[in-house]
Design a binder for this molecule. Structure first.
Ligand code: ATP
Length: 304
């Protein structure tokens, strides 16, 4: 499999602030990859360095084998970036905006592809409407369309669904998922963790400019040692004192017990049997990406 993005030992400073601290990252072609982190973690800075818009202080970045600074034009052609901020020229229509964008890449016969992306992004009704007359969500769709005019194999989306309503979000994700199925590599930042969990196969978590986790979505969640809990409805309705230090909640007649390892479940059941307490209902709650994220951000202190 070929490498779509290779980030090697990248550092980026803004004055004395270290925004990227020796970042190493390899994203294979065809991946659907999530870049997660709290505000200010360095996600946009990393995207800007990959797009060649911000110069790194050290290290190197390649997009589809092209060095983003020394081979800027070749690297840029391989990449479509949907920026976080809505940047648009208020004097042009949607179609004109896309035509001008394809001109930047030296593409002249782009009309049929522009029609296709307008259609697939649900912009047909707005194609000849001036950009300034579009709603925020529609402008966001145009940002996505702009990133696609040169049919890049690698697409980076920086919080593409910020401020977008649920219906629009759903159709945007359907389209992006389809692009991934067609072979495009997708890199995504989002604060909607359930979206990342549903879409992405691998995740990097950034904190204070450092990568603190890099794993497949499944392994990240499966390897999580915190976040599991067992919910029990008991008859008689009482928790033996030996289990009380595990209790983290008691809602709607369910005791919620913290589980650090699966083996503890059998021990809990054995304790209940010893006390002649019957289990009326039992649920095992698994951690999700949000639990992993919160735990990583709380527990992982990047080395200075
Ligand atoms: N042009 C700039 N000049 C100075 N500092 C900057 C600049 N751009 C970003 N920073 C700082 O670099 C750090 C990383 O910012 P960045 O925008 O990359 O974070 P982020 O993870 O994308 O955050 P968010 O989730 O809020 O978009 C922050 O402390 C930010 O204030």
């Amino acid at each position: 499999m070929s490498v779509a993005i290779e980030v090697h030992q990248v550092c980026k400073y803004y004055g004395s602030l270290c925004a990227l601290d020796h970042v190493d990252l390899k994203i294979e072609a065809g991946e659907f990859f999530a870049l997660l982190g709290p505000n200010g973690a360095g996600k946009t800075t990393l995207i800007n360095t990959i797009a060649g818009l911000a110069i790194t202080d050290s290290g190197s970045i390649h997009v589809m084998g092209n060095h983003v600074i020394n081979q800027y034009r070749q690297a840029r052609k391989q990449l479509g970036v949907v920026p976080q901020e809505l940047v648009f020229d208020p004097f042009f229509t949607v179609r004109e905006t896309l035509k001008i964008q394809s001109g930047y890449y030296g593409i002249s016969n782009s009309a049929s592809w522009i029609d296709e992306i307008i259609d697939r992004l649900g912009l047909t009704d707005k194609a000849d409407v001036n950009m300034r007359a579009l709603s925020g969500g529609m402008k966001r769709r145009v940002m996505v369309a702009q990133a696609l005019v040169h049919k890049p194999p690698v697409i980076i989306l920086d919080e593409p669904t910020a401020g977008v309503d649920v219906e629009l979000r759903q159709s945007l994700w359907d389209f992006i998922r389809q692009l991934n199925i067609e072979g495009h590599t997708i890199v995504l930042t989002t604060h909607y963790l359930e979206e990342a969990e549903a879409l992405c196969n691998r995740v990097a978590m950034l904190k204070q400019g450092k990568i603190i986790a890099l794993n497949s979505m499944q392994d990240l969640i499966n390897n999580m040692t915190v976040g599991y809990s067992l919910r029990l409805r008991l008859q008689p309705d009482s928790l033996p004192s030996i289990l009380q230090d595990k209790q983290i909640g008691n809602h709607n007649g369910f005791y919620e017990l913290k589980i650090d390892a699966h083996a503890q479940i059998e021990l809990i059941l054995a304790r209940l049997r010893e006390e002649n307490i019957q289990i009326l209902e039992m649920q095992l709650l698994q951690p999700d990406l949000e639990d992993v994220f919160v735990s990583m951000m709380k527990n992982s202190i990047p080395e200075m």
